[in-house]
Design a protein around this ligand. Sequence first.
Ligand code: SF4
Length: 328
Amino acid sequence: MKDLIITNKILNWYDINKRSLPWRNKVSQEKKQYFTLVSEFMLQQTQVATVIPYFNRFIKNIPNIERLSKYNDKKLIKLWEGLGYYSRVRNLKKTAKIIVKKFNKKIPRDFYELKSLPGIGDYTASAISAIAFNKPIVPLDGNIERVLKRYLYLKKQNQIKKEFLQDQKKIFGISTKRSSDYAQALMELGALICKPKNPTCNKCPLSNNCKAFKNKNFDLVKLKKINKETYFKLSVYKKNNQYLIIKNNKFNFLKNLNIFPMDQLNNPKNFDKDLNFKISNMNMNIKIEYKNNHNFDKNINWINPAKLENYVLPTLTKKIIKFLESQK
Ligand code: SF4
Protein backbone atom coordinates (compact mmCIF):
# COMPACT_ATOMS: atom_id res chain seq x y z
CA MET A 1 0.00 0.00 0.00
CA LYS A 2 2.82 2.36 1.00
CA ASP A 3 4.58 1.52 -2.32
CA LEU A 4 1.47 2.41 -4.21
CA ILE A 5 1.19 5.72 -2.44
CA ILE A 6 4.81 6.62 -3.25
CA THR A 7 4.36 5.50 -6.86
CA ASN A 8 1.21 7.55 -7.32
CA LYS A 9 2.69 10.62 -5.67
CA ILE A 10 5.73 10.50 -7.94
CA LEU A 11 3.70 9.87 -11.09
CA ASN A 12 1.31 12.71 -10.25
CA TRP A 13 4.23 15.02 -9.71
CA TYR A 14 5.77 13.88 -13.02
CA ASP A 15 2.58 14.44 -15.00
CA ILE A 16 2.60 18.09 -13.97
CA ASN A 17 6.32 18.83 -13.94
CA LYS A 18 8.10 16.74 -16.55
CA ARG A 19 10.36 18.48 -19.01
CA SER A 20 9.67 18.33 -22.69
CA LEU A 21 12.68 16.45 -24.07
CA PRO A 22 13.10 15.44 -27.74
CA TRP A 23 13.32 11.73 -26.93
CA ARG A 24 10.02 12.01 -25.02
CA ASN A 25 8.11 13.32 -28.04
CA LYS A 26 5.03 11.37 -29.01
CA VAL A 27 6.16 9.18 -31.90
CA SER A 28 5.52 5.63 -33.15
CA GLN A 29 6.61 2.74 -30.91
CA GLU A 30 9.44 1.90 -33.29
CA LYS A 31 10.75 5.46 -33.22
CA LYS A 32 10.40 5.64 -29.45
CA GLN A 33 12.56 2.54 -29.10
CA TYR A 34 15.21 4.00 -31.42
CA PHE A 35 15.09 7.40 -29.66
CA THR A 36 15.52 5.66 -26.31
CA LEU A 37 18.49 3.65 -27.56
CA VAL A 38 20.28 6.72 -28.94
CA SER A 39 19.48 8.99 -25.98
CA GLU A 40 20.54 6.38 -23.42
CA PHE A 41 23.91 5.96 -25.15
CA MET A 42 24.37 9.74 -25.20
CA LEU A 43 23.25 10.16 -21.59
CA GLN A 44 25.65 7.50 -20.30
CA GLN A 45 28.28 10.10 -19.42
CA THR A 46 26.68 13.40 -20.39
CA GLN A 47 24.10 15.78 -18.90
CA VAL A 48 20.63 16.17 -20.44
CA ALA A 49 21.12 19.84 -21.42
CA THR A 50 24.31 19.01 -23.36
CA VAL A 51 22.76 15.98 -25.03
CA ILE A 52 19.64 17.73 -26.45
CA PRO A 53 21.25 19.50 -29.48
CA TYR A 54 23.43 16.44 -30.22
CA PHE A 55 20.40 14.17 -30.08
CA ASN A 56 18.39 16.40 -32.44
CA ARG A 57 21.24 16.60 -34.95
CA PHE A 58 21.86 12.85 -34.72
CA ILE A 59 18.22 11.91 -35.32
CA LYS A 60 17.92 14.40 -38.19
CA ASN A 61 20.90 12.79 -39.94
CA ILE A 62 20.28 9.21 -38.84
CA PRO A 63 16.55 8.68 -38.36
CA ASN A 64 16.50 4.91 -37.89
CA ILE A 65 18.49 1.86 -36.89
CA GLU A 66 19.12 0.65 -40.44
CA ARG A 67 20.60 3.97 -41.50
CA LEU A 68 22.78 3.98 -38.38
CA SER A 69 24.08 0.50 -39.17
CA LYS A 70 25.43 1.75 -42.51
CA TYR A 71 26.41 5.31 -41.59
CA ASN A 72 29.88 6.49 -42.57
CA ASP A 73 32.28 6.17 -39.59
CA LYS A 74 33.94 9.56 -40.04
CA LYS A 75 30.64 11.39 -40.30
CA LEU A 76 29.37 9.48 -37.28
CA ILE A 77 32.33 10.55 -35.14
CA LYS A 78 31.83 14.12 -36.35
CA LEU A 79 28.20 14.03 -35.16
CA TRP A 80 29.46 12.90 -31.75
CA GLU A 81 32.38 15.30 -31.52
CA GLY A 82 32.21 17.23 -28.25
CA LEU A 83 30.23 14.57 -26.40
CA GLY A 84 33.45 12.67 -25.62
CA TYR A 85 33.75 9.00 -24.67
CA TYR A 86 33.79 8.01 -28.34
CA SER A 87 33.64 4.31 -27.58
CA ARG A 88 29.90 4.95 -27.00
CA VAL A 89 29.23 5.90 -30.61
CA ARG A 90 31.37 3.09 -32.00
CA ASN A 91 29.44 0.65 -29.82
CA LEU A 92 26.15 2.23 -30.85
CA LYS A 93 26.91 1.52 -34.51
CA LYS A 94 28.04 -2.03 -33.73
CA THR A 95 24.81 -2.52 -31.80
CA ALA A 96 22.76 -1.17 -34.73
CA LYS A 97 24.50 -3.61 -37.11
CA ILE A 98 23.70 -6.56 -34.84
CA ILE A 99 20.08 -5.43 -34.43
CA VAL A 100 19.67 -5.22 -38.21
CA LYS A 101 21.34 -8.57 -38.86
CA LYS A 102 20.29 -10.68 -35.91
CA PHE A 103 17.07 -9.09 -34.67
CA ASN A 104 15.41 -8.20 -37.95
CA LYS A 105 15.91 -4.42 -37.40
CA LYS A 106 13.99 -4.53 -34.11
CA ILE A 107 15.59 -3.53 -30.82
CA PRO A 108 15.29 -6.62 -28.59
CA ARG A 109 12.86 -6.45 -25.65
CA ASP A 110 14.61 -9.06 -23.60
CA PHE A 111 16.92 -7.66 -20.88
CA TYR A 112 19.63 -10.27 -21.51
CA GLU A 113 19.49 -9.85 -25.28
CA LEU A 114 19.85 -6.11 -24.76
CA LYS A 115 22.77 -6.68 -22.41
CA SER A 116 24.51 -8.85 -25.00
CA LEU A 117 24.82 -5.82 -27.31
CA PRO A 118 28.00 -3.69 -27.43
CA GLY A 119 27.93 -0.69 -25.07
CA ILE A 120 24.88 -1.92 -23.15
CA GLY A 121 25.49 -2.85 -19.54
CA ASP A 122 23.10 -3.50 -16.66
CA TYR A 123 21.99 0.10 -16.31
CA THR A 124 21.39 0.83 -20.00
CA ALA A 125 19.58 -2.50 -20.48
CA SER A 126 17.33 -1.64 -17.50
CA ALA A 127 16.69 1.88 -18.77
CA ILE A 128 15.81 0.69 -22.30
CA SER A 129 13.62 -2.12 -20.93
CA ALA A 130 11.72 0.32 -18.72
CA ILE A 131 11.52 3.39 -20.95
CA ALA A 132 11.15 1.83 -24.41
CA PHE A 133 9.29 -1.37 -23.49
CA ASN A 134 7.36 -0.38 -20.35
CA LYS A 135 8.91 -3.17 -18.26
CA PRO A 136 8.42 -2.76 -14.47
CA ILE A 137 12.06 -2.01 -13.72
CA VAL A 138 13.55 0.95 -11.84
CA PRO A 139 16.94 1.68 -13.46
CA LEU A 140 19.37 3.02 -10.89
CA ASP A 141 20.92 6.12 -12.49
CA GLY A 142 22.75 8.90 -10.64
CA ASN A 143 19.54 10.87 -10.10
CA ILE A 144 17.57 7.98 -8.62
CA GLU A 145 20.57 7.01 -6.49
CA ARG A 146 20.65 10.50 -5.01
CA VAL A 147 16.93 10.47 -4.15
CA LEU A 148 17.31 7.04 -2.59
CA LYS A 149 20.37 8.00 -0.53
CA ARG A 150 18.59 11.05 0.85
CA TYR A 151 15.18 9.48 1.31
CA LEU A 152 16.66 6.63 3.35
CA TYR A 153 19.56 8.67 4.77
CA LEU A 154 22.26 6.31 3.55
CA LYS A 155 25.67 7.58 4.57
CA LYS A 156 27.87 4.60 5.37
CA GLN A 157 30.25 3.16 2.74
CA ASN A 158 28.50 -0.23 2.80
CA GLN A 159 25.11 1.49 2.33
CA ILE A 160 26.11 3.38 -0.79
CA LYS A 161 27.56 0.42 -2.69
CA LYS A 162 25.67 -0.40 -5.91
CA GLU A 163 24.44 -3.80 -4.70
CA PHE A 164 23.00 -2.34 -1.51
CA LEU A 165 21.26 0.47 -3.39
CA GLN A 166 19.91 -2.01 -5.96
CA ASP A 167 18.25 -3.82 -3.08
CA GLN A 168 17.00 -0.68 -1.32
CA LYS A 169 15.33 0.80 -4.40
CA LYS A 170 12.40 -1.54 -3.71
CA ILE A 171 11.19 1.24 -1.40
CA PHE A 172 9.99 3.03 -4.57
CA GLY A 173 7.86 0.07 -5.65
CA ILE A 174 6.92 -0.31 -9.32
CA SER A 175 4.15 0.82 -11.59
CA THR A 176 2.91 -2.08 -13.67
CA LYS A 177 0.84 0.09 -16.00
CA ARG A 178 3.14 3.08 -16.37
CA SER A 179 6.61 1.59 -15.95
CA SER A 180 8.12 3.77 -18.67
CA ASP A 181 6.78 6.96 -17.08
CA TYR A 182 7.71 5.77 -13.61
CA ALA A 183 11.38 5.19 -14.47
CA GLN A 184 11.53 8.63 -16.08
CA ALA A 185 9.58 10.22 -13.22
CA LEU A 186 12.10 9.04 -10.63
CA MET A 187 15.00 10.26 -12.77
CA GLU A 188 13.23 13.57 -13.28
CA LEU A 189 12.59 13.98 -9.56
CA GLY A 190 16.32 13.64 -8.92
CA ALA A 191 17.24 15.97 -11.79
CA LEU A 192 14.77 18.75 -11.02
CA ILE A 193 13.98 18.57 -7.29
CA CYS A 194 16.41 16.40 -5.36
CA LYS A 195 19.32 18.19 -7.02
CA PRO A 196 22.90 17.58 -5.92
CA LYS A 197 22.97 21.02 -4.26
CA ASN A 198 20.04 22.80 -2.65
CA PRO A 199 17.24 20.25 -3.13
CA THR A 200 13.86 21.96 -3.32
CA CYS A 201 12.17 19.80 -0.70
CA ASN A 202 9.15 22.10 -0.42
CA LYS A 203 8.17 20.94 -3.93
CA CYS A 204 9.03 17.29 -3.39
CA PRO A 205 6.28 14.66 -3.27
CA LEU A 206 8.43 12.57 -0.89
CA SER A 207 9.15 15.17 1.79
CA ASN A 208 6.71 13.69 4.34
CA ASN A 209 8.78 10.56 4.84
CA CYS A 210 12.21 11.68 3.72
CA LYS A 211 14.89 11.18 6.36
CA ALA A 212 17.30 13.73 4.90
CA PHE A 213 14.52 16.32 5.03
CA LYS A 214 13.67 15.33 8.60
CA ASN A 215 17.33 15.63 9.66
CA LYS A 216 17.93 18.75 7.54
CA ASN A 217 21.09 17.12 6.28
CA PHE A 218 21.35 16.66 2.51
CA ASP A 219 25.04 15.81 2.30
CA LEU A 220 25.85 12.96 -0.02
CA VAL A 221 28.62 10.57 0.84
CA LYS A 222 30.72 9.39 -2.09
CA LEU A 223 32.10 5.94 -2.51
CA LYS A 224 35.84 6.14 -1.99
CA LYS A 225 37.38 5.66 -5.39
CA ILE A 226 41.03 5.19 -6.07
CA ASN A 227 42.36 7.04 -9.09
CA LYS A 228 45.10 5.02 -10.66
CA GLU A 229 48.30 6.99 -11.21
CA THR A 230 49.80 6.26 -14.63
CA TYR A 231 52.91 7.61 -16.36
CA PHE A 232 53.45 8.28 -20.05
CA LYS A 233 56.33 9.48 -22.17
CA LEU A 234 54.86 11.38 -25.09
CA SER A 235 56.77 12.09 -28.30
CA VAL A 236 56.32 15.31 -30.23
CA TYR A 237 57.39 15.35 -33.88
CA LYS A 238 57.00 18.64 -35.67
CA LYS A 239 57.22 19.40 -39.40
CA ASN A 240 56.25 22.66 -41.11
CA ASN A 241 54.61 23.80 -37.89
CA GLN A 242 52.42 20.71 -37.79
CA TYR A 243 52.27 17.96 -35.18
CA LEU A 244 52.37 14.26 -35.87
CA ILE A 245 49.56 12.20 -34.40
CA ILE A 246 48.85 8.54 -34.78
CA LYS A 247 45.76 6.33 -34.70
CA ASN A 248 45.69 4.64 -31.31
CA ASN A 249 45.81 0.87 -31.65
CA LYS A 250 47.99 0.50 -28.60
CA PHE A 251 46.03 1.56 -25.50
CA ASN A 252 42.58 0.52 -24.32
CA PHE A 253 41.52 4.11 -23.71
CA LEU A 254 40.73 6.43 -26.68
CA LYS A 255 40.86 3.40 -28.94
CA ASN A 256 41.17 4.12 -32.67
CA LEU A 257 41.33 7.85 -32.03
CA ASN A 258 44.20 10.15 -32.96
CA ILE A 259 46.70 10.67 -30.17
CA PHE A 260 50.34 11.68 -29.87
CA PRO A 261 52.73 8.70 -29.91
CA MET A 262 53.14 7.61 -26.29
CA ASP A 263 54.73 4.89 -24.20
CA GLN A 264 53.48 3.94 -20.78
CA LEU A 265 56.10 3.66 -18.04
CA ASN A 266 55.93 1.43 -15.02
CA ASN A 267 56.44 3.30 -11.72
CA PRO A 268 59.31 5.46 -13.03
CA LYS A 269 61.69 7.07 -10.53
CA ASN A 270 61.89 10.90 -10.33
CA PHE A 271 59.25 11.37 -13.02
CA ASP A 272 59.04 15.05 -13.87
CA LYS A 273 55.63 15.51 -15.49
CA ASP A 274 54.80 18.36 -17.88
CA LEU A 275 51.05 17.98 -17.54
CA ASN A 276 48.40 15.61 -16.35
CA PHE A 277 45.04 14.48 -17.65
CA LYS A 278 42.21 12.59 -15.99
CA ILE A 279 40.47 9.95 -18.01
CA SER A 280 37.98 7.46 -16.52
CA ASN A 281 39.59 6.39 -13.23
CA MET A 282 43.13 7.07 -14.40
CA ASN A 283 45.30 10.08 -13.69
CA MET A 284 47.76 10.36 -16.57
CA ASN A 285 51.09 11.98 -15.73
CA ILE A 286 52.67 13.01 -19.01
CA LYS A 287 56.26 13.86 -19.82
CA ILE A 288 56.81 15.48 -23.20
CA GLU A 289 59.86 14.79 -25.36
CA TYR A 290 60.60 16.58 -28.62
CA LYS A 291 62.02 14.30 -31.30
CA ASN A 292 63.31 14.66 -34.84
CA ASN A 293 62.84 11.61 -37.00
CA HIS A 294 59.95 9.25 -36.74
CA ASN A 295 59.69 5.79 -38.20
CA PHE A 296 55.93 5.38 -38.32
CA ASP A 297 54.82 4.21 -41.72
CA LYS A 298 51.03 4.19 -41.44
CA ASN A 299 48.05 5.60 -39.55
CA ILE A 300 49.65 8.98 -39.05
CA ASN A 301 48.32 12.48 -39.60
CA TRP A 302 49.82 15.94 -39.39
CA ILE A 303 47.82 18.49 -37.45
CA ASN A 304 47.96 22.21 -38.08
CA PRO A 305 47.37 23.81 -34.66
CA ALA A 306 45.90 26.93 -36.27
CA LYS A 307 43.06 24.81 -37.68
CA LEU A 308 42.39 22.66 -34.66
CA GLU A 309 38.62 22.93 -34.97
CA ASN A 310 38.73 21.24 -38.41
CA TYR A 311 39.92 17.94 -36.98
CA VAL A 312 38.11 15.20 -35.10
CA LEU A 313 40.36 14.84 -32.08
CA PRO A 314 39.91 13.60 -28.53
CA THR A 315 40.19 16.18 -25.74
CA LEU A 316 43.54 14.75 -24.61
CA THR A 317 45.15 15.48 -28.00
CA LYS A 318 43.64 18.97 -28.15
CA LYS A 319 44.84 19.72 -24.64
CA ILE A 320 48.38 18.66 -25.53
CA ILE A 321 48.43 20.74 -28.72
CA LYS A 322 47.24 23.78 -26.77
CA PHE A 323 49.89 23.14 -24.16
CA LEU A 324 52.63 22.85 -26.82
CA GLU A 325 51.49 26.02 -28.51
CA SER A 326 51.47 27.88 -25.19
CA GLN A 327 55.10 26.90 -24.65
CA LYS A 328 56.34 28.52 -27.87
S1 SF4 B 1 12.46 15.75 0.45
FE1 SF4 B 1 14.25 16.80 -0.28
S2 SF4 B 1 15.96 15.47 0.18
FE2 SF4 B 1 14.11 14.26 0.36
S3 SF4 B 1 13.87 13.27 -1.60
FE3 SF4 B 1 12.70 15.16 -1.66
S4 SF4 B 1 14.08 16.72 -2.50
FE4 SF4 B 1 15.31 14.95 -1.88
